[in-house]
Design a protein around this ligand. Structure first.
Ligand code: IPD
Length: 286
């Protein structure tokens, strides 16, 4: 494929992703009104509902019909034992309901997230806030948008003026929780303006892209929580890196994202790591 052909082809994929994210969001809005059957996965805090499965099936079957040669990584397919490995093939990376715990409680921070990578490079990301009906999109090299309006990160460099977001992750053993609270404590005594937890990694990351938050970090999220959001933040002018300060590793279950390299580096220096098994280690794990 020439670069013009691939450009056209990935644009077509992105247009389909937008349509399917909106349809999936509608299914989520209906499903939240119904009684939910909730099960747990890796830990009692790692929830899944019938709606997660239904929405993932809807997204993947629609995309597979349209793009039969593409590969798929989906949260629930991975939990069911499908391999979560990124190859050079065009690959869709899907979280059908990000913020499942919020969904279970009808807490209105729930998103559908669709990322797309080719040759292991993220090409575009689409995140749909199901209840606000806001659509975050970005394509590599073409900017990031929310409902069509261009996004820009805050560019804040001073951590003492920063609002920082994080998420808890599924592990809740005492040692993990101690490190988790210790990390928050360090940032609060920086002193950052505040630290927030909203229950959806993808929507929290979108807040960094809009400039409403200055940074985000987390241990324990998955590739489907980061893929789409990483393109959106980078295209909004932000930084998305590994918690070690090196380049982002999509399968590593950890991330620091920020509106400036200065704040990202500051957070990297403060964090004590929490270890999680990689997404591509072959098991479905914590
Ligand atoms: C989870 C949520 C949660 C975060 C987890 C994610 P899910 O996604 O984003 O806030 O702490 O790390 O895996 O399970 O609701 O799709």
């Amino acid at each position: 494929m020439t670069s013009m052909e691939s450009d056209k082809c990935w644009q077509e994929c992105m247009d389909v992703a937008v349509q399917i994210a909106r349809s999936a969001g509608q299914v989520v809005r209906e499903a939240v009104k119904q009684e939910k059957r909730v099960s747990t996965k890796s830990t009692p805090a790692d929830l899944v509902t019938e709606a997660d499965h239904q929405v993932e099936e809807l997204i993947i079957s629609t995309l597979r019909e349209r793009f039969p040669s593409h590969r798929f990584i989906g949260e629930e397919s991975s939990a069911a034992g499908e391999k979560c490995i990124l190859t050079d093939s065009p690959t869709w990376i899907i979280d059908p309901i990000d913020g499942t715990c919020n969904f279970v409680h009808s807490f209105p921070m729930v998103a559908v997230s669709i990322g797309f990578a080719v040759k292991k490079e993220l090409e575009f990301g689409v995140i749909y806030h199901c209840f606000e009906e806001t659509l975050y999109t970005a394509r590599k090299g073409q900017g990031a948008f929310c409902n069509g309006l261009r996004l820009q990160v805050s560019k804040e460099k001073d951590v003492s003026k920063a609002l920082i977001l994080t998420e808890i992750g599924a592990k809740r053993d005492p040692k993990t929780l101690k490190i988790f609270s210790g990390n928050i404590e360090k940032l609060l005594s920086a002193p950052a303006h505040g630290v927030r937890i909203i229950g959806s990694s993808t929507l929290a990351l979108c807040q960094v892209a809009t400039g409403a938050a200055d940074a985000y970090y987390q241990y324990g999220l998955h590739c489907w929580d980061i893929a789409a959001a990483a393109v959106i933040i980078r295209e909004a002018g932000g930084v998305v890196i590994d918690t070690s300060g090196g380049p982002l590793d999509l399968m590593s279950r950890r991330v620091v994202a920020a509106g400036s390299q200065e704040i990202a580096s500051y957070i990297v220096q403060q964090l004590q790591p929490i270890s999680y098994e990689r997404d591509d280690n072959g098991h479905s794990t914590q």
